[in-house]
Design a protein around this ligand. Structure first.
Ligand code: HEC
Ligand code: HEC
Length: 389
């Protein structure tokens, strides 16, 4: 009896199992399609999405993630009359000692630079002239070492510096007060005819802050026109964010983390005697090595660090680095891809950034990064020179 019951139970369980199995099997055929292996998404498909869904970038572990972004609007809200006063002062040699203007070095027709290795002011400078595009974004960290916290500080230094304009800001209000045209411009900007140093500096600051770069092919791409970058530029964007590691420092809408890093090329400026011969490697007024960020903080760990430059229109602003020591982008990309090896006779001032590594980009990959940098440029509209009062 007991055995028979067991057999019965076994038969019931076995039957149930067969039924369940055959039902499942019957059902599964129409509902679970065969998994056909999908071809991997092409790079263009992976990037034809909002930036938050792009392939992961290769961030170093201690870096704050800050993705690339489209060009934002210039947030400066200075009134037109203030900008007009600043523009006149920017192009006027009387702002300095009568020889140089801001535009002597920051030429509006050449992306606000002078295309020289180091600036050529009242005396030879030890640093390369940076572009003025998007300087509103740099407030608090102006100059290659970020030593000027405010525009007032930065502009007063440019005017008074014996190697830039050799002027005298303290004497400037009285000097300009005597020029009727400047009185009119000042009155329009400030509703007062009593000039102050601060008033004049703020006007130049307002003009500087109004200078923006324009929309680029990259901006169109990141805003959804996914055909805007060509294949080489797209490969370059991917390498910039991944194997090349560039995004760790060059990020955000302006391709700068606004931080300071040591790339190991802080040897003295390479002065050029424009009239006769190339003087080659020379020492700066502060010695053979530029101390960079150390100038602002006096911290030993800041020796040889410079602010990460933005990369918009970078293809137009050769030569490169704070001392103009690298003449072309392809040369710089080649050095970066090998972790910035030192040239003969050079030495690292301080300690090379741990984020400058031998990333071993092939020559094809280097070309693609260059193509990507080209996609960050725009043709600016012409800047009309002001009629000087
Ligand atoms: C002799 C050439 C020369 C003249 C003239 C000159 N500059 Fe410059 N400018 C430079 C150089 C070189 C630097 C970088 C200096 C440094 O890092 O120490 C610079 C830096 C700047 C910066 C900071 C940009 C950045 O990326 O941090 C601004 C803004 C600026 N100049 C505006 C002006 C204004 C406004 C005037 C006129 C009042 C002026 N400059 C006159 C050569 C010049
Ligand atoms: C560790 C941070 C860091 C990384 C990583 C990095 N850069 Fe830079 N980059 C800088 C700094 C800082 C400078 C300026 C150094 C100087 O003036 O001496 C610079 C300068 C440049 C310049 C010259 C800009 C100019 O106006 O002079 C270009 C171009 C550039 N980097 C592109 C790249 C590319 C491409 C990569 C990736 C292959 C890369 N960088 C990786 C920090 C970095």
């Amino acid at each position: 009896m007991f055995v028979a019951n067991q057999t019965k139970q076994f038969i019931i369980i076995a039957l149930a199992a067969i039924i369940v199995y055959s039902c499942r099997k019957g059902k599964s055929t129409p509902e679970e399609p065969m998994i056909v292996p999908q071809p991997e998404e092409t790079l263009r498909q992976q990037y034809s999405k909002s930036v938050t869904q792009w392939p992961a970038a290769a961030w170093y572990s201690n870096i704050k993630v800050h993705e690339l972004a489209a060009l934002p609007e210039n947030p400066s809200k200075d009134k037109a009359e203030l900008i007009a006063l600043g523009k006149a002062l920017f192009f006027d040699p009387r702002t300095g000692n009568g020889m140089k203007t801001c535009a002597s070095c920051h030429h509006p027709d050449t992306y606000w630079i002078d295309q020289k290795t180091t600036a050529d002011g009242i005396a030879l400078h030890h640093r390369n002239t940076p572009s003025l595009e998007n300087v509103w974004y740099l407030e608090g960290k102006l100059f290659h070492d970020g030593r000027a916290k405010t525009y007032r500080e930065q502009i007063a230094e440019a005017i008074n510096s014996p190697i830039e304009m050799g002027g005298n800001t303290t004497a400037l209000p009285a000097k300009l007060q005597a020029i009727p045209g400047y009185l009119r411009l000042y009155e329009a900007a400030y509703s007062s005819q009593t000039m102050s140093v601060e008033g004049l500096l703020d006007a130049i600051a307002a003009y500087s802050r109004s200078i923006s770069s324009g929309e680029t092919v990259f901006d169109r791409f990141i805003k959804g026109d996914y055909q805007a970058l060509n294949d080489a530029q797209l490969e370059g964007l991917h390498l910039f964010r991944t194997k090349g590691k560039c995004i760790n420092c060059h990020n955000g809408a302006f391709f700068t983390d606004l931080d300071f890093h040591n790339l190991g090329y802080a040897n003295g400026a390479f002065f050029t005697d424009l009239d006769f011969h190339n003087l080659g490697y020379a020492v700066t007024s502060k010695g053979a090595l530029d101390n960079g960020r150390f100038e602002a903080t006096a911290l030993e760990t800041d020796k040889g660090k410079f602010r990460t430059p933005g990369l918009r229109n970078v293809i137009h602003t050769a030569p490169y680095l704070h001392n103009g020591s690298i003449s072309s982008l392809s040369e710089l990309i080649n050095l970066l891809s090998q972790g910035m090896p030192q040239k003969t006779g050079q030495q690292v001032n301080g300690t090379l950034s741990p984020h400058i590594q031998n990333v071993r980009l092939s020559s094809k990959e280097q070309e693609n990064i260059l193509a990507f940098l080209e996609s960050l440029s725009n043709v600016p509209s012409k800047t009309e020179r002001p009629v000087l009062p």
